[in-house]
Design a binder for this molecule. Structure first.
Ligand code: TRP
Length: 466
């Protein structure tokens, strides 16, 4: 727990920072949300626009966020305030960090609901392994509609949903309460490499057994007519969600980075790893879905309903299914930890309380919203908190949290970040942090000043107007 001069913790090495940041980025966003969004938004056009957003918008914003954090060496609002002050600008810019911290808290509360589903499926495959044995397919002799019914079955059980949700949140809180080097870093350093090994095995398996050609065609055929404002907003939202951007997550992690870490290079590694995992997840899931004759637009059900059906047809299906969901669990945990860390760091630094107490306060709040999200699949399905806004008409509590954060907080947070870093903050201070030179530096500057904020604004308006 080496404390830096500012009295706050640091990653113990550059690779620990990279693993933690990649761990934050790679999660349910890649394995669950990306295939679901791609399928619901028509495939190719969404995917290619998503990649375009990652390179031209996500990557420059990512670098902007980590550099704000490292300059400030503090929680997100405080880091923004310090950079503003050092640049002789208004400290009111810290609102950018506060909004982000709040949004991270909102995301955390529904993220842990889905984390609970993953835990449920681990249980399902463990018991299946005992029932049907090692070598055969999963769920031997059971009807596919039965397997698809597992998720609605879980949804119908409010008590179980809440229990799993709170269990996942509690595990997240445990690691965050332990602090940066002995908690957060520990999860990343041990679980991320394990994730990558399991992930590669499953992707290779999917490529050889499923309908790979159809999946490639589906994911990478660009049909311009499908690129509506809504699809574009969904794609930007997904790019930000997946890269943990727009909501203070990467500012918080950047604050623990050492001076000698090259942030430009690190941002590149994070973006490549995250996008690579999303693409491979798509290429692992869709071949299986197509081979089983299932619909690509099954949305959130894709990972939880379609894949398990596919595991039925595979030798060692129960074991592969179990490995898959354990892997997703690890990825989700390294992300939820970062979602909890952003608000927790703010609370304990701001109110000068022990980390443990702040974790309990923030976690407690996320538990309340989590219960409401869990119940929006059953007892509260008809509760539409923002029903008066057309974009969120007939949207339950869970989907509202997801929609508001990905479609409003993230793009707005990113626009403000670009204006702040590109126009307000002192250029010398920025150049001191970004680790870029020459053409790369010029390109990054131009993207942050002009391209990103303008593109985001247009996409935001088009998306909101439908
Ligand atoms: N990026 C994570 C995922 O894809 C989710 C996540 C973690 C996140 N931290 C974040 C999203 C901060 C937004 C902001 O699963």
């Amino acid at each position: 727990m080496a404390a830096a001069g500012s009295g706050h913790e640091n990653w113990s090495s550059r690779s620990a920072f990279i693993l933690a940041a990649v761990g934050s980025a790679v999660g349910l966003g890649n394995m669950w949300r990306f295939p679901a969004e791609a399928g619901e938004n028509g495939g190719g056009a969404f995917v290619l626009f998503y990649i375009f957003c990652v390179i031209l918008i996500g990557l420059p914003v990512l670098l902007s966020e980590v550099l704000i954090g490292r300059h400030g060496q503090a929680n997100a609002p405080e880091s923004v305030r310090r950079l503003a002050r050092d640049s002789n600008a208004s400290e009111g810019w810290s609102i950018l960090g506060s909004m982000g911290v709040f949004a991270a808290f909102l995301i955390l509360s529904f993220y842990c609901v889905v984390g609970g589903w993953v835990a449920y499926y681990i249980g399902v495959f463990v018991s299946d392994l005992f029932q049907t044995g090692l070598t055969g397919g999963a769920f031997e002799g059971r009807d596919p509609t039965d397997i698809e019914g597992l998720l609605p079955g879980l949804f119908g059980n409010g008590g179980l949903m809440v229990g799993l949700n709170l269990g996942f949140l509690a595990v997240t809180m445990f690691f965050v309460a332990r602090g940066v080097s002995s908690g957060i870093e520990w999860v990343a350093v041990y679980l991320m490499p394990l994730f990558f090994v399991l992930f590669l095995c499953i992707t290779i398996y999917g490529a050889f057994t499923g309908n790979f050609g159809d999946a490639v065609a589906y994911l990478f055929t660009f049909d311009f007519s499908k690129l509506t404002g809504e699809v574009m907003l969904a794609a930007v939202g997904q790019a930000f969600f997946s890269l943990s951007l727009g909501v203070a997550g990467m500012m918080t992690y950047g604050a623990y980075a050492n001076r000698d870490t090259n942030l430009g290079e690190t941002s590149g590694i994070i973006a490549v790893a995250d996008t690579g995992v999303a693409m491979l997840a798509g290429l692992a899931i869709f071949p299986i879905v197509f081979a089983a004759g299932l619909s690509a637009s099954a949305g959130p059900g894709l990972m939880f309903q379609s894949l398990p059906i596919a595991f039925q047809a595979m030798p060692f299906g129960s074991l592969i299914g179990l490995a898959f969901f354990i892997m997703v669990f690890f990825a989700a945990l390294t992300s939820s930890v970062s979602l909890l860390e952003a608000p927790t760091a703010y609370v304990f630094e701001k109110f000068k309380m022990p980390r443990m107490v702040a974790t309990l306060i923030v976690g407690g709040g996320a538990a309340v919203l989590g219960v409401l999200s869990s119940l929006s699949f059953n007892d509260m399905a008809e509760f539409y908190p923002l029903g008066f806004i057309p974009l969120f008409a007939e949207t339950n509590f869970f989907d509202t949290l997801d929609g508001v954060t990905a479609k409003l907080f993230m793009p707005i947070g990113a626009i403000l970040t670009c204006i702040f870093v590109g126009w307000i903050a002192d250029t010398k201070l920025i150049d001191d942090e970004n680790g870029l030179d020459g053409l790369l530096h010029k390109t990054w500057r131009a993207l942050v000043r002009f391209v990103c904020p303008a593109a985001l604004l247009v996409i935001l308006i088009m998306g909101l107007l439908g």
